[in-house]
Write a protein that binds this ligand. Structure first.
Ligand code: FES
Length: 319
């Protein structure tokens, strides 16, 4: 379309495309903010050594959600402050936050306080997850945290105003807090759904649906891992003491290549954030992964190591 066409013809394309691309542009801009890079470096310097020192602690793994929950705890906990604080806003809007007698918190104040307590736990789990993120995920994660910290500060100010009986300022601060927290939630949603942070990276790994040659048997030496691609699936092959193992080479946590990790007996430690898996059955021996690593059956035929996915091709009825 020429510029004349744009002037005299239909001009709906540009605004419509802006409506559908603004979030990409927003997050592209966020990734370039210098202050965020600087803040990321400063916070990493303080927080990362602490995490590294305590990463084997079972409480730290639980804060990720761990192998027991099977999901990130942070995402689940984040519903609580949002729920409490949005309920307080509704009470404010309905003018139902009548102060209780005897100096006790009014209902909106009680919701505000409960949300703050939940927000502390949510922030703790978020910081734990943030320590096992990288590059742009990490910077966007930090931006999400900065917004949440601002939301918490506004909510704390609102609660303080309520306790002093300043209802109107408390209501305004509460609404401002919920607005900022909602924006933080949007950024968090982008991290999970747009950038696949803390989601199972091998959720759709199923093939191949038949036995497929992976590597010549003589090419796989004992104790030397091999990363191969079989029908589009990245597979780790490892042989130790004559036993042969195959599992997804893409770490379920954040996509690290396990073939570049550390091997010790029947275990592999991911090179990115040091999740550890048992090669025999894929179970997690150490977080931050919360989904076991899929293993593939193997066999040796005519001098080749063959692997097959977990969903064999359905057989046709023979009669
Ligand atoms: S990618 Fe994070 S532990 Fe493997």
């Amino acid at each position: 379309m020429t510029s004349t066409d744009q002037q005299h013809g239909s001009t709906t394309a540009a605004p419509a495309s802006r409506l559908t691309t603004w979030h990409h542009e927003l997050f592209a801009a966020v990734g370039k903010w210098r202050w965020l890079h600087t803040l990321n470096d400063s916070v990493t310097e303080v927080v990362q050594p602490l995490y590294d020192r305590h990463r084997d602690n079972v409480v730290v793994e639980l804060m990720h959600g761990g192998r027991w929950a099977g999901h990130s705890l942070h995402a689940a906990l984040s519903d609580l402050p949002i729920g409490f604080w949005s309920s307080a806003v509704v009470l404010d809007l309905l003018d139902k936050d009548v102060p209780s007698a005897n100096g006790r918190l009014d209902p909106a104040g009680a919701l505000s306080a409960a949300g703050l307590a939940a927000a502390v736990a949510t922030a703790a789990t978020g910081i734990t997850d943030w320590n096992v993120s990288d590059d742009e995920d990490r910077r966007v994660g930090l931006f999400h945290g900065v917004l949440n910290a601002a939301g918490m500060t506004l909510q704390a100010a609102s609660l303080a105003a309520r306790m002093r009986g300043h209802r109107r300022p408390a209501q305004v601060l509460s609404l401002a807090s919920m607005t900022v927290t909602g924006a933080a939630g949007f950024v968090g949603g982008h991290l999970v759904q747009g950038r696949a942070v803390m989601v199972n990276r091998v959720a759709t790994s199923t093939g191949p649906t038949r036995w497929v040659r992976a590597v010549e048997d003589t090419a796989l030496e004992d104790g030397i891992p091999a990363g191969v691609e079989v029908d589009g699936r990245k597979v780790l092959l490892y042989r130790t003491n004559g036993d042969l193992y195959a599992m997804d080479n893409t770490c379920s946590h954040a996509g690290g290549l396990l073939s570049r990790g550390q091997f010790d007996g029947c275990t592999v430690t991911c090179p990115l954030h040091e999740a550890r898996f048992d090669l025999r059955d894929g179970r997690i021996l150490r977080g931050p992964a919360h989904t076991p690593q899929p293993v593939l059956p193997t066999r040796i035929r005519n001098g080749w190591i063959e692997v097959r996915g977990s969903l064999p091709r359905s057989r046709r009825a023979t009669n």
